[in-house]
Design a binder for this molecule. Structure first.
Ligand code: AMP
Ligand code: MN
Ligand code: ZN
Length: 929
């Protein structure tokens, strides 16, 4: 009895409060400020931002940012990396189990529970308090929940308060203060042995997922129960009134739930929304059970309780998604356009013609600006303002402001009429609105990247935040995507593509080369790029907050000592995108060394350390171009310096001597020496195909090998030994290791012809038969080496590993320069060029047409296989000796300046060949280490 009385008193009190609040709210709304327009800097920046402080700026991490990328749902620890990854509900199994087999005891309230709301409640705002709450809840069999949202000054909205009531206590969880700590409460929500009572849970379920990855398992929704019971109304206000005699003012749901402290009125409202739910649920369940017994015919029983429970848990299976549009603002634009074209009809001549286009522009602009500044669409620019602007197309900034203000005044009684009009977003970006209206931006598709660059680009007007960061990244990707989309494919191109794909699959870098972890200053300016460890260092010390997961980025919470713009070294603060610097290709890439390693490995140590500048990522196509030009330039250098690319002669049987032969014009076999390349080639050909060769050719080749052995007769063993001549010890070891496999015909591939230009321009020609055993074309080796280099990269923190196979060891270059020939294989695998019988006995191997590329191919085969750290004798077969002589010469004549200029020449060669469009900003031909 006493309870009933108290409740009535309370109801009256609440009723009075409600009336009062309506009055206050309405008065409040009538105040409409007209902003001073225009203002030059973004309202979120600098002095302006003090009175614009938004609590979500303190969040360290958000699950749903304002980019166009889809929402990522929770991955449970032991989830298999699933097919439909992003779209699967992490608790689908648990919820489905409940649907099949619901626990129907539902004893929510003990009989003696006091219905009335006590004086006190618990405000939860620290992590400790939150953990205590979790402890309490985990011991309960049931608790009720409601949430309050803020949506005006946020693009997607965020949960500002969670109300939780047990039979004993009301808890108000400050989800703004605890935004980054909310994960501790996940388990009780997902615990299927604890029932959660909501009213009208559809939105709450999604909001909890969006903000905290909280998924509700085992739900009883009192609104669903009302449905099943066919109640005349199913609003909470109705239920509160009917079951509890409590009045509530639902206008309060539109209050600004960000404010702290909450007003007493708001606290009351929030508590009421959760407090009575357990009691109401109890009543409804009783009714459901009663219905079950009364109404159902005995043999076909309709399970009322079960149905209410089933409908509730079906709600839990919903998944939060971001709205998807074909183009920013598209759906708003089409609904506005059609509404106004069908409706009122045109006011001005503009109406029929430009109107839809302007609406589309303005909607796109509004959408992007709302995302950038994390504001709601209606806060940025109202629908009626868009219509007015599109209709009148004002030309000056003042006219624009007036048009917006007038349009907003005309709808004075609308709920958000108290908003500043025009909004600060419009005022601080008024020029854009004008450009938009004046048709200064030709193509609508250009608006998107243009605005993002203008606001968030290198000298952007607006602060970068956890909400808009990914927008910037996606924008870049989109631009690259567009730039790649031109070109029609012929059937030949298709074949080429297949071969190229295979190459890409086999030899491109298997994971992103650059971590590209970013550090931003607290004003949103980019400070530098770094690795994961550095980020973690800051995070562990609470010196930074995460602004993005992929690629990871943090924002410092303190003022850093200096800014990169202050100093003049913007190269190292550029992101190294994992795309081809030439054409922007992003699907695959290989490392490419702009300065060939045959030179680079001989550079003084300190000039090699900052290597990231001169190792770039390129796609196979650009690699091809770059590589060919580099090989051509090597020849030019050989001529210029008088240092031939290859060792001209080896003479001694026991000790292969280097005879640089720079003054000698031609190879003269009679002088008792032979080029190592020629020797090896001849020996190989004889071993493989000697018996099947035309005798004349066999004789010629034998002469070459004999001249190396001082003219004596040669045996098969001599031929095999000749294969080792000119190799570095490292290469020899590898060959010997493989001995068993050595001469199986199946491993043979053929290089039909090598033209080798020497320093005075004469050409020597020889048939080359190459075994895969002695090349670096060996899968197991390359993968191992690659893995090793990766590991080294990680251990040393080097951005790009010098030892990587990926870059310019023979592997990539060989395949790179031959994958195109692949497409057009020699039909029968046999050809006769220059009197050499060429047999392609390997079906798997490429047969290659004679071309200059093959020269390049062979010449680079051993390039870089000599390991600089161990300093073995250089291979005489590659360009190592040439590189060493060139670098020695430069150092001797010009010192380190010579090396610097030499490096610059190579960068120039690269630039002229590839015309790179995607080099990181700050990359410079003149770069000095
Ligand atoms: P409630 O649980 O009914 O208090 O509503 C929860 C949240 O939904 C509120 O904090 C509001 O953000 C939002 N909401 C519900 N209905 C409205 C409405 N008619 N207008 C604006 N916001 C609403
Ligand atoms: Mn509520
Ligand atoms: Zn801005």
């Amino acid at each position: 009895m006493e309870n009933r009385y108290k409740m009535r008193v309370m109801a009256v009190t609440i009723g009075t409060l409600a009336a009062l609040s309506i009055f206050i709210t309405v008065r409040y709304r009538r105040r409409r400020r007209s902003q001073k327009c225009p203002s030059s800097s973004c309202y979120l920046q600098g002095d302006h931002c003090q009175n614009q402080k938004k609590p979500q700026h303190a969040f360290k991490r958000v699950l749903a940012d304002n980019s166009y990328s889809p929402f990522k749902h929770l991955k449970k620890l032991h989830d298999s990396p699933n097919e439909n990854d992003l779209n699967s509900h992490p608790y689908e199994a648990e919820i489905t189990a409940l649907l099949d087999n619901p626990g129907l005891e539902f004893s929510f309230m003990s009989k003696y529970t006091d219905l009335k709301m006590s004086e006190t409640y618990t405000w939860v705002e620290t992590e400790t308090q939150l953990k205590e709450l979790v402890d309490v809840l985990s011991k309960e069999r049931v608790f009720s929940v409601d949430t309050e949202q803020h949506s005006l000054r946020s693009f997607l909205g965020f949960t500002a308060l969670i109300q939780i009531s047990t039979q004993k206590e009301d808890y108000l969880v400050d989800t703004i203060a605890l935004h980054d700590a909310m994960s501790v409460i996940r388990p009780v929500f997902a615990d299927s042995s604890i029932c959660k009572v909501f009213h009208g849970s559809d939105n709450d379920i999604l909001w909890l997922q969006r903000d905290f990855h909280i998924y509700v398992v085992n739900l009883f929704d009192t609104a669903k129960a009302c449905e099943v019971l066919s109640k005349p109304q199913k609003s909470l206000a109705y239920l509160l009134e009917t079951y509890c005699g409590v009045m509530t003012n639902k206008l309060l749901q539109r209050e600004d739930w960000r404010q702290r402290p909450l007003s007493n009125e708001m606290v009351q409202y929030a508590r009421i929304d959760a407090h009575y739910l357990l009691y109401i649920a109890n009543c409804l369940i009783a009714e459901l059970k009663q219905q079950e017994n009364e109404i159902s015919c005995p043999d076909d029983k309709f399970h009322f309780v079960l149905e209410a429970s089933r409908r509730s848990n079906m709600t839990c299976l919903q998944l939060y998604t971001k709205d998807v549009e074909g183009f920013p603002g598209e759906s708003a634009a089409s609904s506005l356009s059609s509404r106004h074209l069908n409706g009122q009809g045109g006011v001005s001549s503009n109406f029929e013609t430009k109107f839809p286009d302007l609406v589309r522009r303005l909607c796109a602009w509004r959408d992007i600006m709302a995302r950038l500044h994390d504001e709601s669409l209606r806060y940025v620019l109202s629908d009626q303002a868009i219509v007015a602007l599109a209709d009148r197309a004002p030309m000056t900034t003042t006219e624009v402001c007036n048009t917006i203000n007038q349009a907003d005044l005309n709808v004075d009684l609308s709920f958000h009429s108290f908003l500043p009009s025009p909004s600060p977003v419009v005022c601080s970006h008024l020029d854009d609105v004008c450009s938009l209206l004046q048709d200064k931006i030709g193509n609508l598709n250009d608006i998107f990247p243009m605005i993002i660059q203008k606001c968030l680009g290198p000298s952007g007007s607006c602060p970068i935040s956890i909400y808009n960061y990914a927008l910037l990244i996606n924008c870049n990707l989109k631009l690259e995507f567009v730039s790649k989309q031109n070109g029609v494919k012929s059937s030949k191109q298709v074949a080429k593509k297949a071969s190229r794909d295979l190459f890409v699959q086999k030899f491109s870098c298997k994971s992103p080369v650059y971590h590209n972890c970013r550090i931003y200053a607290n004003d949103g300016r980019l400070l530098c790029y770094c690795d994961q460890r550095k980020l973690e260092w800051y995070l562990r010390r609470d010196l930074a907050k995460i602004v993005d997961d992929n690629p990871p980025a943090i924002m410092l919470l303190f003022e850093p000592k200096g800014r990169p713009e202050d100093e003049d070294n913007d190269f190292y603060i550029q992101s190294k995108k994992n795309i081809c610097v030439g054409c922007g290709e992003g699907s695959h890439y290989l490392r490419y060394r702009i300065i060939p390693s045959c030179y680079r490995i001989h550079f003084p140590e300190h000039m090699k350390s900052h290597r990231s500048h001169d190792i770039v990522l390129v796609c196979v196509d650009c690699h091809e171009v770059a590589h060919a030009s580099a090989e051509k330039y090597k020849k030019q250098i050989a001529t210029e310096f008088g240092i031939p690319l290859f060792v001209r002669k080896v003479v001694d049987l026991k000790q292969a001597q280097v005879m640089s032969g720079s003054s000698e014009s031609e190879t003269n076999l009679e002088e008792g020496g032979v080029s190592p390349l020629q020797l090896r080639t001849a020996a190989m050909a004889l071993l493989r195909h000697g018996p099947r060769m035309p005798s004349k050719r066999r004789e010629e080749l034998s002469q070459i090998v004999m001249s190396y052995y001082g003219g004596r007769e040669i045996s098969e063993v001599d031929l095999e030994k000749a294969l080792l001549v000119g190799m570095s010890p490292h290469e020899r070891r590898r060959l010997e290791k493989k001995k068993g496999l050595s001469f199986k015909p199946s491993a043979v591939s053929i290089l039909p012809k090598v033209e080798q230009e020497n320093n005075n321009g004469s050409t020597e020609t020889s048939g080359i038969v190459e075994t895969s055993e002695v090349t670096t074309l060996d899968d197991s080796q390359s993968t191992k080496a690659e893995a090793r280099s990766r590991k080294e990269d990680r251990e040393t923190g080097a951005d790009v590993g010098d030892s990587s196979v990926c870059a310019d060891s023979g592997i990539n270059e060989e395949v790179s320069s031959t994958f195109k020939e692949n497409v057009n294989p020699d039909k029968n695998g046999v050809s006769d060029i220059n009197g050499v019988l060429l047999i392609n006995s390997n079906d798997n191997c490429e047969s290659r047409n004679p071309s200059n590329r093959i020269v390049d191919l062979y010449q680079t085969e051993y390039d870089g296989t000599a390991q600089p750290k161990h300093h073995p004798k250089l291979s005489l077969l590659g360009h190592g000796p040439h590189g060493k002589q060139v670098v020695d010469h430069l150092l001797k004549e010009y010192g380190e300046d010579g090396i610097r200029q030499f490096s610059q020449r190579w960068r120039q060669v690269f630039v002229e060949a590839v015309h790179p469009r995607f080099l990181p900003a700050g990359w410079d031909v003149m770069h000095r280490i």
